[in-house]
Design a protein around this ligand. Structure first.
Ligand SMILES: NC(=O)c1ccc[n+]([C@@H]2O[C@H](COP(=O)([O-])OP(=O)(O)OC[C@H]3O[C@@H](n4cnc5c(N)ncnc54)[C@H](OP(=O)(O)O)[C@@H]3O)[C@@H](O)[C@H]2O)c1
Length: 276
């Protein structure tokens, strides 16, 4: 199943092209304060390296990380297979998670320090995407904080190729498009459709949407189907605005299954020879 996900989708007008499935890496670095149905041990370095290599072999080039994901950035920096330039690394700014507590800093100094720290941990001199890690009050962050202006400055300076927000409100995401954000990370799945307007507006405004919580954060029993993986991915990819689905997994069997299901969905979406 080599490179079954070789298709690439643009991130706004940034020149970045991403695979339709991305790998969410919160489980690489954090197993506290997370909402998964079962507790879990952090994977070993070998397991992380093998999972990244497997994802790459499938044609996945998008990695989602964040300072708030504990050791995730550091482990990606240390264990990334292939060349850094083969990957699209998306990280975040604003939330820290220390000793089981989240704290937020959206100031100009805080933003610069966090991005510089991410560059160091990820062992790179540029970040493909940096998203504001919202505390839930998206509009206040845009109205009162310096984080977006600081990210746009760092984009002009070449440290960051695309900026955006991992939003928690429709209003916040739509405002992000108005404020020149290239990409939004939004939750969407068969039992959570409140943020559909974010995907629809992305098509109209040629912005990218990274979909989080595709499997309801692992509560697949809640997705209301005997085939929850297929049901969820087909439901999400039916939306043209869903640029890439960021799946959180550290289980190679699940990654293989998710890729196979996505491959079949895309095969079905292709026009049949007669339709060509
Ligand atoms: N505020 C934010 O920015 C924010 C919030 C939430 C999530 N995210 C990002 O989005 C990513 C995905 O969202 P999410 O983690 O909430 O969850 P998700 O992708 O909806 O679900 C991930 C969970 O589903 C399980 N899973 C994956 N494939 C499976 C399969 N084929 N069969 C059975 N179980 C399967 C995973 O367990 P296994 O590891 O055992 O496969 C994991 O527990 C995260 O990793 C994170 O990077 C960002």
């Amino acid at each position: 199943m080599e490179h079954v996900l070789s298709q690439r989708r643009p991130v706004a007008k940034t020149g970045i092209e991403i695979s339709p499935l991305g790998l969410g890496t919160v489980k690489f670095g954090r197993n506290q304060g997370v909402k998964y149905p079962q507790g879990f041990e952090l994977p070993s370095d070998k397991e992380v390296r093998d999972l990244l290599a497997l994802a790459f072999d499938f044609g996945i080039n998008l990695l989602d990380t964040a300072p708030a994901y504990g050791l995730s950035e550091e482990r990606i920096g240390k264990l990334l297979p292939n060349s850094r330039h083969d990957w699209v690394i998306e990280t975040k700014v604003g939330e820290s998670f220390i000793d089981g507590e989240s704290s937020f800093d959206f100031s100009a100094a805080g933003t610069r320090k966090s991005v510089e720290n991410s560059l160091r941990l990820l062992k790179t001199d540029y970040l493909d995407m940096v998203l504001i890690h919202s505390d839930g009050d998206d509009e206040r962050i845009f109205r009162d904080e310096a984080v977006l202006d600081t990210l746009l400055e760092m984009k002009r300076a070449g440290w960051v190729r695309a900026v955006g927000i991992s939003s928690k409100t429709v209003e916040g995401a739509l405002l992000a498009y108005k404020l020149d954000c290239d990409v939004v990370m939004a939750a969407y799945n068969p039992v959570y459709i409140e943020e559909l307007p974010v995907l629809e507006a992305a098509v109209a405004q040629q912005r990218a949407v990274l979909v989080k919580k595709a499997f309801a954060s692992g509560h697949l029993d809640k997705l209301g189907s005997a085939n929850p993986v297929e049901h969820a991915l087909a439901f999400i990819f039916a939306q043209a605005g869903a640029t890439s689905v960021v799946l959180g997994t550290v289980n190679p069997k699940h990654l293989r299954e998710n890729v196979a299901v996505a491959h079949d969905i895309f095969a079905d979406m292709l026009p049949t020879p007669r339709q060509r």
